[in-house]
Design a protein around this ligand. Structure first.
Ligand code: HDE
Length: 680
């Protein structure tokens, strides 16, 4: 691309140059030779040996043999989409980054979401952090914000990353468990590396089982720096806030979805974009003046600490909209290479020792994963602005550099390509003053591991606390080694005694009698119960049997749809289901091709036809949805599917004469879950 101004279409136009559609074309070899036969290899006689000279067979088989590349060592399972980012108002006061100056500019972005631990083929609703990595294709080069959906990390120093990952990946002797932290080595690591306490609290919370990639927050985790035109720097943390609010599954449901639909999150994202329900996230920044660096009761360079929004307000500065699915998962999602060191002028680093180590790791990993130093030339990774330097050659080089010189300084090319001054847009590292002895050590200011873990616990609503206790009980219940279980109990007694005592009992450990952090503060922004709740894009399963009353169903469906709620008809067979007045509705799923766990709510309609199979299967759906605290609406014969105990329960909406059923049902769906329901 030449120096054309960047707009929201720039990346798509660039990718267009590489797209190929083979439909309707002749089959050729990679050398362009037309192939006349693609079913039989070349043989000496019909029953004879295959011949070496069969270049088509050799080329086809060799290419196939090399189709796989190493999966990412972490974040292997991921899914991505294209979109655009627009700043709400100029951020000139804080940063000179061009893409944050002009609200009229739309910057193309590519976002890859991921689980961390599981392999490329693992299920998506496992208990884990989620990666949230964004590549901004700006006019000044690519900027990558490589974050997670949890604002803190397990460790404080990058040198411990290989240890952390070895402990959480499947155990080496038997490669179990896949995509899970519920095993001895992980919890042994936790208990013996107590800086993990805060992140473990998040990992045991509902945040680790998001309802949707469209309904989770994203965090840059580290302190970065904004630097403005005058050279003034401030510390900054980045947060993505989804406009649909932040919502989770319940653990039993998450485990069942892992079997019923291992692609649950990618399907949800893909379908939302195909339906035009574009996921939106606002970008927030928290800014700390340099002179305030030491004014907090935590070290702002410590990645196991968040910056409470109540103390350091989150300023919403722009919005990202994901509006296009990928055309080819390998070419885009798999080959995209993120790097926290991909920054543009106006964005700089802090001395967070976790961030500093990441700045090394990401290029290194792409070299092995993408097979050499030219991965920046892959279509998905190319900047949309021009790029020139004296780097040359290497595996799979695509650029044809035609100039005679490839060195600096030179006279033959008039000393070009020439470094640009900061005024010309050249990146200048912030000239922070540093001094100190070379030491392998950790600052004392990094040594409080429990206060923010307690802050998180204090900030949770009662149902969220209950879920955390259940998560510890589940995970540690899978740990074989009794000593490890006890060590974890003893460790979390430092966070909160009631918490540790509650799960100790469930895992046969000795409950602590004393402990606690002494922290009484809480941060309401941390509880999901305080987040936005909206009905849009929620999925409702409509359980219908023949001889239902069409008028009423059609009216309810149209009211739900008018609020952006999606409905799917579920019955015993595919085809049409016929109402008492002969109206036909098309069935989207049978009870065996869907499941209650795949819906946010159920609308039980039933039908006058006394179909036993329908009754059994629909009742199972209703029971399951009830157990998972979901909204259930019942009208007509559907009311008979509800057990007596459900009838007066919160979130169960039954049509009574004269009541506005649809309105109450929509309200119940919007609430997301009804935790005050008695579930046995
Ligand atoms: Fe990563 N991380 N990471 N990480 N990370 C990778 O890079 C690493 C950390 C994150 O969708 C790897 O290309 C180290 C924190 C995301 O392609 C690797 C340390 C956060 C993704 C790597 C961390 C992240 C990665 C593996 C500790 C949240 C997926 C494949 C110092 C802020 C990006 C790859 C994608 C991927 C190293 C810690 C986020 C090996 C050494 C903290 C979202 O380079």
């Amino acid at each position: 691309m030449s120096g054309k101004p960047v707009n929201e279409n720039s990346k798509n136009e660039q990718l267009e140059q590489y797209r190929t559609d083979d439909t309707g074309k002749h089959l050729t070899t990679n050398q362009g030779v037309k192939v006349s036969e693609d079913e039989f290899s070349l043989k000496a006689g019909v029953r004879g040996p295959t011949l070496m000279e069969d270049f088509h067979f050799r080329e086809k088989m060799t290419h196939f043999d090399h189709e796989r590349i190493p999966e990412r060592v972490v974040h292997a399972r991921g899914f991505a989409a294209h979109g655009e980012f627009q700043v709400y108002e100029s951020m000139k006061e804080y940063t000179k980054a061009k893409f944050l100056q002009d609200p009229a500019v739309k910057t193309p972005v590519f976002v890859r979401f991921s689980t961390v631990v599981g392999s490329r083929g693992s299920a998506e609703t496992v208990r884990d952090a989620r990666g949230f990595a964004t590549k901004f294709y700006t006019e000044e080069g690519n900027y990558d914000l490589v974050g997670n959906n949890i604002p803190v990390f397990f460790i404080q120093d990058a040198i411990k990353f290989p240890d952390l990952v070895h402990s959480i990946k499947p155990e080496p002797h038997n490669e179990m468990p896949q995509a899970s932290a519920a095993h001895d080595t992980f919890w042994d690591f936790v208990a013996n590396n107590q800086e993990t306490a805060h992140m473990v609290m998040w990992a045991m919370s509902d945040r680790a089982i998001p309802r949707s990639l469209r309904m989770m927050e994203g965090f840059g985790v580290h302190a970065f720096r904004f630097v403005n035109e005058e050279g003034k720097a401030r510390f900054v943390k980045f947060t993505w806030k989804p406009l649909l609010g932040t919502h989770s599954l319940v653990w039993d449901e998450a485990q069942k979805i892992a079997g019923k639909d291992p692609d649950f999150h990618r399907r949800d994202l893909w379908e939302a974009i195909e339906n035009g329900d574009y996921p939106e996230y606002e970008l927030g920044v928290q800014i700390i003046e340099e002179e305030d660096e030491f004014n907090f009761d935590f070290d702002i360079l410590d990645a196991t600490k968040l910056w409470p929004e109540e103390e350091i307000p989150l300023k919403i500065i722009g919005k990202m909209t994901l509006n296009r699915n990928v055309g080819n998962v390998f070419a885009e999602t798999e080959q995209v290479a993120f790097h926290p060191g991909h920054v543009v002028p106006g964005i700089d680093f802090s001395n967070d020792p976790l961030l500093q180590g990441r700045l090394f790791s990401y290029t290194d990993t792409q070299l092995i994963r993408l097979g050499g130093p030219n991965f920046h030339e892959l279509p998905i990774n190319r900047p949309v602005c021009p790029f020139h330097n004296n780097q040359r050659d290497g595996y799979s080089r695509q650029t044809i550099n035609t100039s005679q010189v490839a060195y600096h300084r030179n006279s033959l090319a008039n000393n070009t390509p020439a470094p640009a001054s900061p005024a010309q847009g050249g990146y200048q590292h912030y000239q922070e003053k540093v001094e100190g002895r070379k030491v392998r050590a950790r600052s004392d200011s990094f040594k409080d591991h429990f206060s923010q873990a307690a802050l998180f616990w204090n900030s949770m609503s009662e149902p969220e606390k209950k879920h955390i206790i259940e998560a510890f009980s589940f995970e540690l219940g899978k740990v074989m080694n009794e000593s490890v279980r006890q060590q974890v109990v003893d460790m979390f007694a430092n966070v909160n005694v009631e918490l540790a005592a509650a799960f100790a009992q469930n895992i046969g450990a000795v409950p602590p009698t004393s402990g606690g952090s002494g922290v009484t503060k809480s941060s309401p922004a941390l509880s999901q119960e305080n987040k936005v709740k909206k009905p849009e894009t929620r999925k409702v399963g409509v359980l219908i049997d023949k001889d239902f009353s069409a008028d009423e169903v059609q009216q309810v469906l149209s009211e739900l749809n008018s609020k952006g709620i999606q409905t799917a008809i579920v019955s015993t067979q595919l085809g049409n289901v016929t109402a008492a007045d002969g109206t036909e509705l098309q069935v989207d799923f049978t009870f065996s091709t869907s499941h209650a766990v795949l819906f946010d709510a159920l609308y039980a309609v039933g039908g006058k036809g006394e179909n036993k199979q329908f009754k059994t299967e629909a009742s199972n759906f209703v029971n399951e949805a009830f157990m998972h605290y979901k909204a259930i609406g019942a009208t007509q014969e559907g009311k008979k599917l509800l057990e007596d105990t459900m009838i007066l329960s919160p979130g169960v909406v039954i049509q009574e004469d004269g009541s506005s059923f649809a309105e109450s049902f929509i309200e119940a769906i919007t609430a997301h879950r009804h935790w005050d329901r008695q579930v046995v």
